[in-house]
Structure formats: structure tokens, C-alpha cells
Write a protein of this length. Sequence first.
Length: 151
Amino acid sequence: MAKSKETYNKKEKEKKRLKQRQEKKEKMEERKAGGGKSKSLDDMMAYIDEDGNISSTPPDPKKKKVFNAEDMQIGVPKFEEGDPADAIRTGVVSFFNESKGFGFIIDAQSGERIFVHVNQLKERIEEKDKVTFEIENGARGLSAVNISLIK
């Protein structure tokens, strides 16, 4: 007698397919049975209260806030440059390797370590010198430019 060509996996897949068909048929009959139970417009409405939260009750008209359309800002605000005097910062040279041509300044205002390259120096600097500088975004982060000694 020959073996059955139906394997265990084939039987399991067929059972799964039949179960899905049955579930689909049950869902369809359920939808047909509850056909007249659609929600009313009031049940589907959602309101936004005075704090901007979604709620099912209408907001209180006494708490209504009035805004001018000119005061509203949509999108990203335009960049406004600050005073050039704010751009000039002071700091102390924490490390400088003259042979390699780079070092770091600790900003007195923020306490950050800022990279210094020898090409940005106006005068020769050494460690623990007080300097003034401007900050610029470099390839790897902030870097100091227009560096000069404080005398």
C-alpha cells in the first residue's frame, strides 16, 4: 500500500485556511445583522477644549480665547541674527599642541571645550592663556575662529 501524499504541514495549512474562511464568514454575518446600528453625527463629533485637548463635550463658550490672525506664526520662524558683540566670547586655552597645530579652549560663558586650529590664530597662544574668539560650526562640531590674546 502506498503512503499518503498529504503531509502534516499540508494538513495544518488546510485547517488554518478553513478556520480563516469560517471567521470571515462569521464577521460578514455579524455586519449584516447589525446593519442599522450606525452611529449618529453627535456620537461621532469630537471637540477641542480651551487647552487643546480632544473631548466628547463641547467647550464652554465663557472660556473662549480670541486670537489675532497676524499674531499667529505658522512654520519655522525666520532666523534673526543677534548682536555681533554677543558673538565674541572669552575663554582659557586648556590644551594646545603647537607641533600638531590644534588645541582646545574652554568657553567662559558655557564651559564647553571648543576646538582651535592654528590657521584661525591671530597671535601665538599657549596653555592657560586668556583669549577672545568667535564660534563657528565646523565639520565635527563647534570650532573657534578669529582668536586673539587678552592682554
